[in-house]
Write a new protein. Structure first.
Length: 292
């Protein structure tokens, strides 16, 4: 892991990694990460900054300001994100006498144009997305991919970057709308994970909503909003997906698999399996069983 000290920026070790791969070797042409940076304890204010690529900076600790050319000075707190883009003139940094921790990613490619059309509606304005350890882990992973110097990992960094941009924009939209708990990314993830961990027992939605301290209607809204399926259908789809794995990877009887997944009525399980896969469980096993 590359670390270096630059007392002009921070008294702490910083991490800056440039693209090390010939772009001709990349499979993903629409988006390329050019540079990754992690600057803990950043102290200087940057004025009249320009860039030849797009970039975002995510503040995870501290506070400061951001301004585009002569526009309004915008406050930044932990959980804020701001953009830089070609042709702009930017002034940003922590409050005087203080410091902040930031992650930034520089990137370019025609894919950014689609983000402008569909996600980044106002690139001159800061975003309030909150501090999430999952996002920080993803940013660190982008840095690891960049550091590897392997073309496939640079492609992986681009894909991970796009997923992060999508999550940031959704989180910002939710906060601007004064969203309730069904829109908070960390709560949504926890609830969907809770459902996923409940596959090997009879379905009891009351346990889920009580364990997560929400109402039944909120649980159903969360699942429908974020998966596109009604709650019961979503659970059944997860269970049938798990059944497919068991049919492929084990020699358990179909009745045993149904009962393991909380279906005491094997006939009902069989109907669901055919509904979601287009074939019977027996036919699926005959086609896909890996022990044969």
């Amino acid at each position: 892991m590359t670390k270096m000290l630059d007392y002009m920026i921070s008294p702490l070790p910083i991490r800056i990694i440039d693209l090390k791969v010939d772009r001709a070797k990349l499979k993903i042409k629409g988006l390329t990460v050019q540079q990754f940076g992690h600057l803990p304890g950043r102290t200087p204010m940057r004025r009249n900054s320009t860039t030849s690529t797009w970039a975002f900076t995510y503040i995870v600790r501290g506070s400061g300001t951001y301004q585009v050319e002569g526009g309004p000075v915008q406050r930044l707190e932990a959980g804020s994100l701001f953009w830089e883009y070609p042709g702009g003139l930017f002034h940003f940094g922590p409050d005087a006498g203080k410091d902040w921790d930031e992650y930034y990613v520089n990137f370019e490619g025609p894919r950014v144009g689609e983000w402008l059309d569909g996600l980044i509606a106002e690139p001159d304005k800061t975003m309030r997305v909150g501090v999430d350890t999952i996002w920080i882990q993803k940013l660190e992973t982008i840095g690891d991919y960049m550091e590897s110097g392997i073309a496939d990992n640079i492609d992986r960094a681009a894909l991970l970057l796009e997923s992060l941009v999508f999550e940031f924009c959704r989180a910002n939209d939710s906060r601007r709308a004064g969203a309730g708990p069904e829109r908070r990314p960390e709560m949504v993830l926890r609830i969907l994970e809770d459902i996923g961990e409940s596959l090997y027992k009879p379905w009891d939605e009351k346990e889920i909503w009580e364990r997560n301290h929400i109402s039944r209607s909120t649980l159903r809204r969360i699942v429908h909003r974020h998966t596109g399926f009604a709650l019961n259908e979503y659970v059944n789809r997860l269970k049938i997906s798990e059944a497919k794995t068991l049919l492929r990877m084990t020699n358990l009887q179909i009745k045993q698999i149904a009962q393991m997944l909380g279906y005491d009525d094997v006939t009902y399980f069989a109907r669901l399996f055919k509904k979601f896969t287009g074939m019977s469980a027996l036919s699926f096993r005959a086609k896909h069983y890996e022990g044969s």
